[in-house]
Design a protein around this ligand. Structure first.
Ligand SMILES: C[S@@+](CC[C@H](N)C(=O)[O-])C[C@H]1O[C@@H](n2cnc3c(N)ncnc32)[C@H](O)[C@@H]1O
Length: 232
């Protein structure tokens, strides 16, 4: 089904935010990474500029930089107003304030669109969507998914989540997902049943606290590994 840009909130995060959300070490940043649902995050552009090997996949890459930028400009005021209207839901240790959040999102969008204008047709940005990824088994060492799985629990079924996580585990030796909260700031009810399935299938799973927290209480990531996953 074709994606409708009106349904997407094209908010992107930076490399620094990805590092903190996923507790990424320097050596992990040098591994082959697949960023799933990266959308307009500047993570890819910034990491590649440092020599990293990262591919981002997102259905939004059907659209050009101008369209993504227009959509961002159309929604930013409304989103910041929603944040300001729910002051008890946010932790400002990273962004400082809603103005800081706006500034950081604008910066990430700018870095993303500058890179995407030049590299949209390269292999760094792949148009595609969970629950199916057009990559080979074990093509990546690390698969990251920020602000899509679990966050949109109310929009996507448990089956979609299970298929998506197993698909990420097919293409990457280790998968990390952040945050574990829904848009309503509830721990996603999909996590416990999913963990049981993963453990029964022989994966090791770990819920880890991380340094990054914007949604109050949203400072945990899920790490899933095959027993044999190793970095070198
Ligand atoms: C809130 S944004 C998060 C962007 C980025 N990961 C970040 O944290 O900065 C959610 C992203 O999920 C993408 N998305 C929507 N449906 C998807 C699907 N079925 N598979 C993968 N990504 C999807 C959207 O296009 C959007 O870019």
């Amino acid at each position: 089904m074709a994606m409708r840009l009106e349904n997407v909130v094209p908010f992107g995060r930076s490399l620094d935010e990805y590092q903190k959300m996923f507790s990424l070490t320097k050596s992990e940043l040098k591994s082959k990474i697949i960023g799933v649902a990266d959308g307009p995050a500047s993570f890819n552009a910034e990491l590649r500029a440092l020599g990293g090997e990262v591919i981002s996949i997102d259905p939004i890459y059907e659209f050009g930089a101008d369209e993504i930028e227009e959509r961002f400009n159309a929604v930013i005021d409304n989103i910041i107003a929603q944040v300001e209207n729910t002051p008890n839901d946010w932790v400002w240790s990273y962004h400082g304030s809603s103005d800081g959040l706006r500034e950081n999102r604008m910066k990430a969008t700018q870095v993303f669109t500058d890179d995407y204008r030049v590299n949209r047709q390269s292999s760094s940005y792949v148009q595609g969507a969970l629950p199916s990824l057009p990559f080979a088994d074990d093509q990546f060492e690390l698969g990251l998914c920020s602000h899509f799985l679990f966050l949109y629990t109310d929009h996507y079924s448990y089956e979609f989540h299970e298929q998506s996580v197993l698909e990420m585990l097919r293409v990457a030796k280790e998968v990390r997902i952040f945050p574990l909260l829904t848009l309503m700031r509830e721990y996603s009810p999909y996590i416990e049943p999913l963990l049981s399935v993963l453990i029964d299938s022989g994966y090791s799973v770990d819920v880890r606290e991380v340094e990054y927290e914007l949604q109050k209480g949203g400072n945990q990531m899920l790490v899933i590994k095959r027993a044999s996953a190793r970095y070198h």
